[in-house]
Design a protein around this ligand. Structure first.
Ligand code: ZN
Length: 206
């Protein structure tokens, strides 16, 4: 079963990772993983602009390499970008040296555009204690709300409902600018933005 809300004991188990932000203001931190992907990322950018929302994109290095123009567009519109490894590696299935190498490869792609050096999100949220230590100079960004947009088992309505239900001031929510997620995302994202905007929330980059 997909856990839309990260259980609080997980936050305590990994205190060095970032799960959410301060809840003092009505701010939500939207994150988009796995891009840039041509039509999908462009659609996300357009939708965010419509709501004057800023977000953070955790990009896969090989996608930045393949689609540099879209990546540039993400930066140009004032969004944050972070490292999501070069080949979307699962940290639990990859030894620490290999993992670090792939991380650095993505870092090179980011540096081409003068980005990088700051944010990292491990693919699947799977990272070992050793890998965390190796990347301790970076802010490792997890989440407290998982939209589940990538799941073929979830309807667009369920993705929206769960996302609305669990988001709170300071939440970090995960969406995906990937082909797999596109159908659910096209339904859920504009409605999600509309809902929280009408309640006085803003959307800021990390
Ligand atoms: Zn990912």
């Amino acid at each position: 079963m997909l856990l839309h809300k990260t259980p609080i004991f997980v936050h305590w188990l990994y205190p060095n990772l970032i799960w959410k932000q301060s809840s003092k203001e009505k701010v939500i931190y939207l994150t988009f993983d796995d891009g840039p992907i041509p039509e999908v990322t462009q659609w996300v950018l357009k939708t965010l602009d419509e709501f004057k929302a800023k977000a953070t994109f955790f990009c896969v290095g090989e996608n930045i390499h393949k689609h540099p123009d879209i990546f540039k567009e993400v930066i140009k519109r004032g969004h944050s970008v972070g490292n999501h490894t070069c080949h979307h590696l699962n940290g639990w299935k990859t030894d620490a040296t290999e993992y670090l190498k792939d991380f650095l490869k993505c870092e090179e792609e980011l540096q081409e555009f003068d980005r990088g050096g700051r944010l990292f999100r491990p693919p699947y949220g799977k990272i070992t204690a050793r890998q965390i230590r190796q990347l301790s100079s970076r802010e490792i960004i997890m989440w407290d709300v998982l939209s589940g947009d990538f799941s073929k088992k979830l309807s667009p309505e369920t993705v929206l409902k769960k996302s609305l239900q669990y988001s709170k001031p300071g939440s970090i929510i995960v969406f995906h600018d990937s082909l797999k997620a596109f159908k659910n995302l096209q339904y859920a994202l504009p409605r999600y933005l509309d809902h929280f905007q009408s309640k006085g929330f803003t959307f800021k980059p990390l």
